[in-house]
Design a protein around this ligand. Structure first.
Ligand SMILES: [Mg+2]
Length: 280
């Protein structure tokens, strides 16, 4: 069950497209299982409704997950650094896309090499010390993130976002100011600070909505997320769903028209979509 859902307010025949965060949303926060979401996933598949991942994970992390979930749709990686459209998915090539490994890639993020160079310059200018992914071994990333070794290796294959830890907390303000001086942005995730360019999940979701609309005409976009980095894209979809989490109060404040779920993770995801996705 979800609170206060009103799918009726949206055009009856519009195509429904689902944009979803992964960790803590479609995937259980601790076990990474999506079992509880199977009924809704089956309904989406039966109806041919696209379900699009919008995640902070890297392309290398998303590819095996898509295979395991049987997802064939476009996806957004590294907090909106890029959107990847499987080649031939739309009956046209996405404008200004780069061809890469069978995908049409739309890029908004700053190239990884430039982010690392900017972070190094900020470290030097501030006199602070950091542990950043580019300089850490797979073992060190696994230990710092809690990921198994294999997944830590995939998480290190970064293209548009560099996670780092500030070794002396008293240095935080000075270092983050130095990052800004480099013309870069920083965000704070669960475990790490991140340096990135001028991208967020909303820019990528908007671009994909436009591509879907070119094919299907009018559509209703549904967004599901559980964290503060989901706020930008939850604010631009037609129907935002707030998956229950520790951040729910802050999410409600940032997205007042969001529909909160009663359950967290894939349970809440399933309940929300079974109510919102219409059988035809
Ligand atoms: Mg999440």
């Amino acid at each position: 069950m979800i609170d206060g859902a009103s799918a009726k307010a949206y055009p009856e025949k519009a195509m429904q497209v689902v944009f979803t965060d992964l960790d803590g949303t479609l995937l259980d926060e601790r076990t990474y299982s999506w079992d509880a979401a199977r009924p809704a996933l089956e309904r989406l598949e039966r109806l041919g409704a696209p379900w699009v991942f919008v995640t902070s994970k890297t392309r290398a992390e998303v590819l095996p997950l898509r295979r395991r979930l049987g997802n064939r749709h476009p996806f957004v990686v590294e907090n909106g650094g890029a959107a990847c459209v499987p080649h031939g998915y739309f009956p046209f090539t996405a404008p200004s896309a780069l061809e890469r490994d069978g995908y049409e890639v739309l890029e908004w993020g700053t190239r990884y090499g430039d982010l690392v160079a900017g972070l190094k310059a900020a470290v030097k200018a501030s006199g602070c010390q950091v542990a950043a992914f580019h300089a850490m071994s797979v073992q060190e990333v696994a230990a710092a993130s809690g990921l198994p070794l294999e997944e830590a290796a995939l998480a290190k294959e970064r293209e548009y976002d560099e996670p780092f830890e500030i070794l002396d907390e008293r240095c935080t303000r000075r270092l983050l100011a130095a990052v800004k001086e480099q013309g870069l942005r920083w965000t704070r995730g669960g475990r790490f600070h991140h340096v990135c360019g001028n991208n967020d999940k909303a820019v990528a979701v908007r671009a994909l909505v436009q591509l879907f609309a070119k094919v299907h005409g009018q559509l209703t976009s549904i967004g599901l997320g559980d964290g503060l980095n989901d706020v930008p894209f939850l604010q631009v979809v037609d129907v935002p769903v707030l998956i229950r989490s520790r951040a729910l109060a802050a999410l409600k404040k940032a997205v007042p028209r969001g529909i909160p779920t009663r359950q967290p993770g894939p349970e809440g995801w399933n309940d929300a979509l079974l109510e919102l996705i219409r059988e035809r």
